[in-house]
Design a protein around this ligand. Structure first.
Ligand code: PFF
Length: 447
């Protein structure tokens, strides 16, 4: 039975697609993960390796995913089924769907923390300390579950609205807002005392800090940040018009993602040093305070030190920014399993969105009470899962579907692609450089 076209959907415009895909890419990974990793794992050296991973490995894989998606017009499982009779590759698609489900299950909890902190800033301003403390307690399972459930409901509602009326409409409003907020906040922070120490740490590389662990982390971060390796962009590509130029669209999305990660670093790393100049402890021993502490403790401490209306506005706006970025990403994480259920099991969109969303919410509730699962899930489904998915997508195009067929698909929207420099170089990346680099990285990390 064919799926009703209204349930599958399509993007209304090129800008709509780019904002939606950039919305998927720009998320907690950019505004929370990236600056945190820069701060704790290597400063400017990390930034440099991250940029190399993004442009040399991430961008070619993004073009690959979009081509598979547009050619097949299907979710990750259906896409591989449509393009090959080989029985293994649909399992790669299924692995992507599973990674999406599991990443969404813990991503929602962290998104909930961010959303809760926006209210914490208000409660703190109003002097309601008990309420503020309740919201900052990331170990409080009930509180985590409650806010994560609100966040999941918002995601489900948008997804059940469909591709153009739901995803495209929501991201078209949220992305410009997000960019505006981050630019204004960065300018404000850069003019505060101490900011330049952070700028130096962020932009002057110390090459001796580069090692296999740093490279593995930067590559994982690039995959996660660009939403690659689990078929989110196969799915988004499946709604893409044949008139669109795939490499150009992928370039826009990559640059938007890197640009916002770079800006977030330029906001958060200097903000840490501003906090230090204001007397807040940012080092534990000789190490920068790590992970969740940076964004969920040091920044609120900074906003409280600034105090008054300015502190309140900065605090609320920053955590709303984080929540908006997270929401445009949870949308794409949920869309992958929902598209799978719509295409492969002929379920209408609304039913699929609510059924799958509420199912994932059950896992989210477990994670809310058992937050140590976040690290485990992150390692298996993100750090390992996405690069493994990325290698298999490269192998599929290189040896099964063939780079030539992918280029044929790109011809529509980019006439003459085969003769262009891109058309000559991209197959080399997909056949050799990307899989070799990703595999080397995964293996060297284990060794
Ligand atoms: N790219 C998102 C971020 O940086 O937060 C996370 C993500 C979204 C990963 C969607 C994978 C995905 F399919």
């Amino acid at each position: 039975m064919a799926v009703a076209s209204s349930d599958r959907g399509a993007w209304n415009s090129k800008l709509g697609f780019i904002l939606a895909a950039a919305g998927s890419a720009v998320g907690l990974g950019n505004i929370w993960g990236f600056p945190t990793k820069v701060a704790t794992e290597g400063g400017a050296a990390y930034l440099l390796i991250y940029l190399l991973c993004t442009f040399l490995i991430g961008f070619p894989v993004m073009v690959a995913e979009l081509s598979i998606g547009r050619k097949s017009g299907k979710n990750p499982v259906g896409a591989f089924k449509a393009l090959t009779t080989n029985k293994f590759f649909p399992l790669v698609g299924l692995w992507g769907v599973i990674c999406g489900v599991m990443i969404l299950s813990f991503y929602t909890v962290i998104a909930g923390w961010a959303f809760g902190y926006a209210f914490e800033e208000i409660f703190y301003f109003l002097g309601w300390q008990a309420g503020a403390d309740w919201l900052t307690d990331t170990g409080n399972g009930f509180k985590n579950a409650l806010i994560a459930a609100v966040f999941m409901m918002a995601t489900i509602r948008i997804i059940s609205g469909g591709v153009s009326e739901g995803i495209e409409r929501a991201t078209k409003t949220m992305m410009p807002l997000l960019i505006g907020i981050i630019v204004i906040m960065t300018i404000y922070v850069l003019f505060q005392p101490g900011a330049m120490d952070g700028v130096r740490e962020y932009l002057l590389p110390d090459f001796s800090r580069i090692n296999p662990t740093l490279i593995f982390s930067a590559m994982g971060q690039a995959f996660f940040s660009l939403s690659l390796g689990m078929g989110a962009l196969i799915t988004y590509g499946s709604y893409l018009n044949k008139k669109e130029n795939i490499p150009q669209a992928a370039a826009f999305v990559t640059v938007a993602d890197v640009g916002i990660a770079f800006l977030a670093g330029l906001l958060i790393i200097p903000a840490l040093y501003v906090a230090q100049a204001a007397g807040i402890e940012i080092f534990v021993g000789d190490q920068l305070a790590s992970s969740t502490n940076l964004v969920f403790q040091i920044l609120p401490a900074l906003f409280h030190t600034i105090g008054g209306a300015v502190g309140l506005i900065l605090g609320v706006v920053f955590f709303l920014l984080l929540s908006i970025a997270a929401l445009t990403s949870t949308i794409s994480l949920l869309e992958v399993p929902v598209a799978y259920v719509i295409d492969e099991h002929n379920v209408p969109r609304k039913k699929a969105a609510w059924g799958v969303g509420l199912g994932i919410l059950v896992i989210t509730l477990v994670v809310s009470f058992q937050t140590s699962l976040i690290g485990t899930f992150d390692y298996i489904f993100n750090n390992l899962g996405l690069p493994i998915g990325g290698v298999l997508i490269c192998v599929f195009i290189a040896f099964v579907w063939k780079t030539d067929s992918a280029l044929d698909e790109m011809e529509s929207g980019f006439e003459g692609v085969k003769k262009s420099l891109f058309g000559k170089v991209w197959p080399i990346f997909i056949k050799f450089i990307c899989p070799a680099a990703i595999l080397y990285n995964i293996i060297s990390n284990f060794i």
